[in-house]
Design a protein around this ligand. Structure first.
Ligand code: 5RP
Length: 235
């Protein structure tokens, strides 16, 4: 692992510490993103070395593909049912363990899997820890039908929340609108600071075209913060 960059050393350290929480027989949710990818690799190594019997559900097709390439069997969430533990990354973590997620576009499946788990543990590097959520653009998954109307309704929510004139960006990939695993679009909200995340989350999710937003409130139980020297801290 000595050829890892400092940033990847931090992610890998958080992933190793998170994988230590896994016990034989557990039903696991596997997160999405570059930190979660380290976790999947470390988990596959531990499972092979120790002969762990695990049942795993993935939060994205990318994670399912990676896990299966490393020898972990993936089942659907409905095949497994309730999960013991979900290990996932995050884009921001605040001191109350509230999160912004969805930078990798998997927020909907990630929230469903996290809510179906007894315990959700986040792995992150120190740059993700913030006092107030919002510097990272808040991803909101919306259906394609009437998405511009949905964007207008989101703008009205922001206007009524002292967040007026904040840009709402349609996420792109390869010069085309980005599509999630569910075939939906992502609007990224440049909010700067979110002072009332509960109210904002409820108002966004009350809009018919909004499927889910990237605020994960009171869902995360523990955050493992990796450092570039390979040490970890817990929040
Ligand atoms: C994907 C996510 C990711 O967990 C989040 O974007 C963090 O990714 P990374 O570990 O690559 O920084 O929410 O939807």
């Amino acid at each position: 692992m000595s050829d890892l960059s400092p940033a990847d050393t931090a992610k890998n350290a958080a992933a190793i510490a998170a994988v230590r929480l896994v016990e034989d027989g557990m039903r696991l949710g596997l997160g999405t993103g570059s930190t979660a990818a380290f976790m999947v690799r470390r988990l596959a190594e531990r499972a092979a070395e120790e002969g762990l019997s695990l049942r795993c559900a993935a939060t994205s097709q990318a994670t399912a593909d990676l896990a299966e390439a490393h020898g972990l069997k993936i089942e659907t969430l409905d095949e497994i049912g309730w999960l013991d533990l979900t290990l996932d990354g995050a884009d921001e973590v605040d001191p109350d363990l509230n999160l912004i997620k969805g930078g990798g576009g998997a927020l909907l499946r990630e929230k469903i899997v996290a809510k179906a788990s007894d315990r959700m543990v986040v792995m992150a590097d120190g740059n993700k820890v913030v006092e107030t959520l919002g510097a990272f653009h808040l991803p909101v998954e919306v259906i394609g039908f009437g998405w511009q109307i949905t964007r207008e309704l989101i703008q009205r929510v922001l206007d009524s929340s002292e967040l007026d004139h904040r840009p709402i960006l349609l996420r792109q990939r390869n010069e085309a609108p980005y599509r999630t695993d569910e075939g939906n679009l992502i609007l990224d909200l440049a909010l700067e600071e979110i002072h009332d995340p509960e109210r904002l989350s409820a108002a966004l999710n009350a809009i018919p075209g909004v499927v889910e937003n990237g605020l994960f409130l009171h869902i995360c139980d523990l955050a493992i913060i990796g450092r570039p020297d390979g040490s970890v801290a817990e929040l």
